[in-house]
Design a protein around this ligand. Structure first.
Ligand code: FAD
Length: 565
């Protein structure tokens, strides 16, 4: 079911490269996915180059609070982790990908520990494991209480800095892929253009000629006006992959975290997250009258999967006309708060809320995208020479809704797999061919309206009316050409590309599934929508095609080899 929309930049307008360098493999991004790939690839590839838009630690990884999920506890099994993942994914997971995630996860986490990551331990010296929404077991390893991502990021950066054969360029924004043909006439990756805020030879726009690119550039939370994601999460990797002809899958499955601290009606950008682990330790949601409204909504009540909790909060907000609900964690006590959630405690207090004595105001905000660059089980995209891992990728492990703490694991496991296959697949160097894609650039000033439109029309609650209105606004923005060539315009062009594709697939998916909630199609429809929407782009024109897939939700139908809970 192809759908045409307005024309977007076929490539980003940028000055001609003023410098050139070469590397066998370029990794775009330095979160858990990028640095894991770099550390493993260096063992088998001569020259590995990591390029990253800001400083090494600027991505979502350092913000992760709750932890990383793996079947490491007594009595837990990968099969149980698989079942919880499939149920959360609402029939849109790829079963083989999930099996890889849960089976390779425990070893991958042990490797992180061996690398120097200091996870929390119990008094007996065992790994301390907690529970989050959608998990039926305690299987979330955490560090520094609620500073898991910061500790993982620290350990990975230390390891990369101790590996002199990995070259890193910070403040280096990947603009577009360069394409070329090999001897057989197959078009694939020949390199990328990079904008570096640096000094000396490598300053401004340059070209990196390479044999393969691993995209590890994270998600696109900044498409929405309130998000838990940092400023760098502007969907650059997905947008440049689309422009180069790769498929992007499942964009409509955007997870809105239910408990993001509400800072008032005018607050924009990155907002403080109150981790699900706080509910895992006993906190619960209440409305203005103190009613525990999650009871009776789901058997796991406050620990139901994220989409269930986010929808219940939104519904109660709409029913009561309030801008937020409340999280009650006062009974955890000061000592527990200080030991278990020191980061969240300090952040809440810095905003004038003391969780030890106050209710915390919370509302859903954009948190995670389950979709991304479509990959196979070894991280290969459908463009030769392009691989993707982590939040930028879609291998199918998350389906329509990511299970809590499965995303750090996703980047870890699939980057290891890329590093296993990629060295054997490194082909000849392709010479970058002439780029005939139509250059374009959207004015940075379009960003605010884009974000507000996406939040109000394509956010937690979606309908044909709202999505059509969003598409109209986005179409208008496609005509807002930038006068300045700068990072703001490149990022806004990427945000518009993603927002356009997301709105298109959200319109096409006329059902409610996982994190995609259509008010006008309230039921899940397995007859029509058991499968994926794959988006492609041809010189600025976006199309979406439906790809049916087998049912993978054990709660509604038979899944080969999966036992019922
Ligand atoms: C507040 C918060 C809490 C979370 N808590 C958890 C949790 O407890 N457990 C869990 O499993 N997940 C959690 N997540 C999700 C998880 O952190 C992310 O999905 C994961 O860290 C993504 O890792 P990544 O390596 O794919 O991308 P990131 O860590 O986001 O890294 C992306 C990298 O790409 C770089 N980049 C982006 N664009 C470009 C470009 N154009 N050129 C060059 N570089 C670029 C960025 O600067 C960055 O270095 C949380 C996320 C947030 C925001």
């Amino acid at each position: 079911m192809p759908q045409d929309q307005q024309s977007l930049p076929g490539r980003l307008a940028a000055p001609s490269p003023g410098w050139t360098t070469r590397a066998d493999v370029v990794i775009v991004g330095s979160g858990i996915a990028g640095l894991t790939a770099a550390l493993r690839l260096r063992e088998h590839v001569d020259k590995v180059l990591v390029v990253t838009k800001d400083v090494l630690a600027a991505g979502s990884t350092q913000w992760a609070q709750g932890g990383i999920a793996a079947a490491l506890g007594d009595g837990d099994t990968p099969e149980e982790h698989e079942l919880d993942t499939l149920v959360a994914g609402a029939g849109a997971c790829d079963l083989d990908a999930v099996r890889i995630l849960v089976n390779e996860g425990p070893e991958a986490v042990r490797e992180l520990i061996a690398l120097g990551t200091n996870f929390d331990h119990t008094a007996d010296g065992e790994l301390s494991l907690t529970r989050e929404g959608g998990h039926h077991r305690d299987r979330i390893a955490h560090a520094g209480g609620d500073a898991t991502g910061a500790e993982i990021q620290r350990a990975l950066i230390a390891a990369v800095q101790a590996a002199p054969d990995i070259e890193v360029i910070q403040h280096a924004l990947a603009v577009d892929l360069l394409l070329g043909e090999d001897a057989s006439g197959t078009t694939g990756v020949a390199g990328l253009t990079l904008h570096v805020i640096g000094e000396g030879e490598r300053d401004g726009v340059g070209a990196v000629v390479c044999r393969a690119v691993v995209l590890a550039s994270g998600g696109f939370g900044q498409v929405f006006s309130q998000t838990t994601n940092p400023a760098v999460s502007t969907g650059d990797g997905m947008a440049l992959a689309l422009r180069a002809g790769a498929s992007v899958r499942d964009l409509e499955f955007v997870q809105f975290h239910p408990t993001v601290m509400y800072l008032g009606p005018d607050s924009r950008g990155q907002q403080p997250l109150i981790s699900e682990a706080v509910r895992g330790e006993g906190a619960f949601l209440v409305d203005d009258d103190g009613n525990r409204f999650m009871q009776g909504v789901h058997e796991l009540a406050d620990l139901a999967p994220r989409d269930v909790v986010a929808k219940a909060i939104m519904k109660r907000m709409l029913d009561t006309g309030r801008a937020h609900m409340w999280l009650d964690a006062r009974h955890l006590g000061a000592e527990f708060w200080e030991r278990r959630f020191p980061t969240i405690l300090a952040t809440a207090r810095s905003h004038g809320v003391d969780p030890v004595v106050d209710l915390i105001p919370v509302a859903p905000a954009c948190h995670y995208v389950s979709g991304g660059v479509r990959t196979d089980l070894d991280g290969r995209s459908d463009l030769p020479g392009l691989y993707a891992s982590g939040e930028v990728a879609c291998s199918g492990v998350h389906g329509a809704n990511r299970l809590a703490s499965n995303s750090l694991l996703d980047g870890l496991v699939f980057s290891r797999r890329i590093a296993t296959v990629l060295p054997g697949e490194l082909g000849e160097w392709r010479e970058p061919s002439r780029d005939d894609r139509t250059p374009g650039l959207i004015a940075g000033g379009a960003r605010k309206e884009l974000q507000e439109t996406m939040t109000s029309r394509a956010g937690v609650l979606r309908s044909a009316t709202g999505l059509t209105a969003a598409a109209d606004v986005l179409a208008g923005e496609a005509g807002q050409t930038a006068t300045a060539v700068d990072q703001e315009s490149w990022e806004t062009s990427n945000l518009l590309t993603i927002a356009t594709a997301l709105t298109m697939t959200a319109r096409l998916r006329q059902e409610t599934r996982g994190s995609h909630w259509r008010e006008d199609f309230a039921e899940r429809d397995d007859d029509l929508y058991a499968g994926h929407f794959d988006v492609r782009m041809d010189d600025g024109r976006v199309t979406a095609d439906f790809v049916p897939s087998p049912q993978t939700d054990p709660s509604v139908g038979p899944v080969a080899g999966v036992a019922a809970p």
